[in-house]
Design a protein around this ligand. Structure first.
Ligand code: ADP
Ligand code: 5GP
Length: 204
């Protein structure tokens, strides 16, 4: 089995997964973020190549045709995908884990390909708070906010696909829980077995 931790983080839009994954990556430099490709336009605060690879639809379709995505899906009217190259990059950079900020359709595809992938679902404390956060982000147009909020229950219905559930009420507590999940997963016996085996080989 591959020792690289494949961590899927899912939530309805606005629940806080971007905020939580950014914190996680700042705290644990042994992880890297899987930069997705998308046909959505960048928000004012987003950086090309860091938050997403923003690409035209034709380029996305070409990548699909060439089988370059480990998973891809249409979400809120745009295409999003994880290139296999992003997973390869994490390995060549010597990282211990890679974090995927993807929707439940992508989670399903990654889990089908990589049985050892670990999934975390982020819940908002309430639907009222979710709507407040979508508006508070102040980066999307009103119709985009409405469309995303309308889809929230469909996304929450898919929580059973993931292994862990974290309620993002207080950001410090929620990010502590996410960090704990990662730390525990990195200590799994099968992932750490080569360290034990190396000691045994030295003794013999
Ligand atoms: P997502 O990536 O799930 O769409 P974001 O991380 O962009 O969500 O968060 C949506 C908005 O909610 C942002 O303005 C963010 O600052 C805010 N937010 C995130 N977590 C919390 C929290 N625990 N309490 C209050 N506001 C939060
Ligand atoms: P946003 O437009 O707010 O950045 O993301 C919208 C939704 O698309 C979120 O649920 C996010 O997790 C999801 N998403 C982002 N990148 C990918 C990806 O590569 N694949 C899939 N399937 N979903 C993605």
């Amino acid at each position: 089995m591959d020792e690289l931790l494949l961590l899927i983080v899912c939530s309805p839009s606005g629940a806080g997964k971007t905020t939580l994954t950014r914190r996680l990556l700042a705290e644990l430099p042994e992880l890297t973020f899987s930069v997705s490709h998308t046909t959505r336009g960048p928000r004012a605060n987003e950086v090309q190549g860091k938050d997403y690879h923003f690409i035209p639809r034709e380029t996305f379709e070409g990548m699909v045709a060439r089988g370059e995505f480990a998973e891809w899906a249409e979400v809120h009217g745009n295409f999003y995908g994880t290139s296999s190259a992003e997973i390869a990059r994490a390995k060549t950079e010597g990282k211990r884990g890679v974090v995927f900020d993807i929707d439940y359709q992508g989670a399903r595809q990654i889990q089908a390909k990589f049985k050892e992938a670990v999934g975390v679902f982020i819940l908002p404390p309430s639907l009222e708070e979710l709507e407040r956060r979508l508006r508070g982000r102040a980066t999307d147009a009103e119709d985009v906010i409405r469309r995303r909020f309308a889809k929230a229950l469909v996304e929450i219905e898919h929580y059973p696909l993931l292994d862990y559930l974290i309620v993002n009420d207080d950001i410090d507590r929620a990010s502590g829980e996410l960090r704990s999940v990662v730390r525990a997963e990195l200590c799994r016996r099968w992932r750490m077995a080569p360290r034990a085996e190396a000691l045994l080989r030295k003794k013999g």
